[in-house]
Every structure is written in structure tokens, then in C-alpha cells.
Design a protein around this ligand. Sequence first.
Ligand code: AMP
Ligand code: MG
Length: 328
Amino acid sequence: MIVLGIEGTAHTLGIGIVTDSRKILANVRKMYKPTKGGIHPREAANHHAQNFASAIKEAFEIANISYDDIDLVAFSQGPGLGPCLRTVATGARAIAQYLGVPLVGVNHAVAHLEVIDLFYSEVKDPVYLYVSGGNTQVISYLRHKYRVFGETVDIGIGNALDKLAREMGYSFPGGPVIEKLAEKGRKYIPLPYIVRGMDVSFSGLLTAAIKAYKSGERAEDVAYSFQETAFSALVEVTERALAYLDKNEVCLAGWVARNRRLREMIEAMARDRNIKYYTPPDEACVDNGVMIAWTGLKMYKYASIETPLEESGIKQNWRVDEVNVLWR
Ligand code: AMP
Ligand code: MG
């Protein structure tokens, strides 16, 4: 079985082609980069529309297959930015209809989790720390749902990093900039560390970090202190979930999972608890079509899930715990 996966919830248009024998035939990504400030939804959607045809063509050339070889089209149905979702859904519907193959709408967050098992088939029942722009959640599977055990009560960790970077004069994505700056941090500036039970909060931390920067603290020290504080809070709630749920695998997912310091901290915690730690390769952490293809493949193959045209409308606020995980 060969599946075409199309991602386009926000900044990245991703085209992935995956087989049911776990082969990645193509992983093409076209990223919209705002000239300044954050992501403008309409501009990002235009970027996806303009690059759609060429990205599809490129993916099929890399995969070295013909359009007729595709058995299923999967697309990111939500959550995400409305204009981006609509653009990608329109493209996906058109391709599925043209090829006469089934269409399946995939939840983007679920795909970030499901893709881990494409690389590590041995992973059985982990606690996931899902860290991205808008989302920051501690998740685990129970009775056909990905349940959220803890999450941010205000902004996502990625958005917080982006906002801090923007205050320092850098444009999107800010996470990698903060990571680089933090490597040169020498002084820890005390910042508010906010954990409430299983939940975290970053808005007070962000405000305090911006204030420290504006009062003349070095960007490197602010970045370092921000990362140490925010990531410690994330590791704390993840570890608590592992302890309560008595699970012995931990997975880091989402684009922020590329952060080496966060990986180091999660890995150290896993080592202390003597449990296994996994994170997908870099190119599968960032938004991509492979994760959509792989999730769509599992939904269709193991649970016969299809999305009829009349149900293929976008779901802007589709939460991870609303999905019926019938394929596990
Ligand atoms: P996503 O919503 O999964 O696309 O994740 C986007 C977020 O990941 C943005 O807020 C980026 O700034 C952030 N990000 C990307 N690379 C890194 C990194 N190396 N460290 C921290 N955050 C990152
Ligand atoms: Mg994402």
C-alpha cells in the first residue's frame, strides 16, 4: 500500500509518500517564512497554494512512482490556521477524486505522535511530551483515545520562544535562535517557574524574561534562563505523568523536540528512572507530510477509516483527545 500525505496546518506545506512496509519514499517540505514578525495565515495559505503543484511533482519524482501507484490520500484536517487548512484540504480532495482513491482526514497532533512508531516499531505505550508552536501537552493512550494528562494553561512553548525571540529582534521561527543564544548563556536569571499539578504556564515566565532583557540583561543569559526554567517545568510534569501512569517509555514530539537542551533534560530524567526515551529524527519532528501519510495509512488499513467528501471540512480547533483512535 502506498499513501500520499499532505500537511499544511500552518507554516509548512509537506508532501510525504509512505508505504505499509515502513518505507519513506518522499518527504518534501516547503516552508513559509514571514519577512518580519509572526505567521500571517493568509500569506501562509497563499504560499501553500503557490507551491502545491510543484511540491507534489517533486515528491513523485523523488519517490520514482507514478500517480496511479497511490492507494490513499491523507491530509491534515486540523487543528491549524483556517486559510492554510482550507487550501490543503482543497488540494487533497482534488487529488483523491482525480485518482479515484479514498481520502482520509488526519488530526495533526495525532500524526506527530503516530509518526514515532514509523521509526521505532518497538515503542508500545509511552507518555508523550508534545511540544509545538501552539501546543504543549503531556499525552498518553488509554481506551481508544490519546488523553491529555497535563498541558499549558496559556501559551504553547513554541509560541513563547517565538515571542521572546521577536522581542530580541528575530523573526519566525524563534525557537532555534533562542537555542543558539542559550548555548552562550553564563548567568541564570531567576524567572517564574509555574507548575500547577499537571499543568504548566508560560505567559508569566515570558513577561518576566522580556522584562529582564529590556532591563539590560544579555540576550544569551535571558535565553538560557528561559530555556532552563520552561524545560524544567515540562520535564517535571512529564515525569509526574510517568510515575502516576506507571509507564516506562517517554517520547518527545513536535517541532520544539528538535531542541537539543530539551532532549538532554528528558533523556537525563529517563535515565534516572531507568526507562526508554525516543524522539523522531529532526525531519520528522518538524511539520511534514510523512507523519500525515503514516497516520492515514494506519487509520485506513487497521480501522477502515475513510473521510467522505461531505465530512472533509476543516476542523480548526480539533483537539487530540477528540479523535477516536480505532486503529490501536
Ligand atoms: P510546530 O507547531 O510543531 O510547527 O512547532 C513550531 C515551533 O517550534 C515554533 O514555535 C518554533 O520556534 C519551534 N522550534 C523549532 N525549532 C526549535 C528548536 N530547535 N528549539 C526550540 N523550539 C523550536
Ligand atoms: Mg506541528
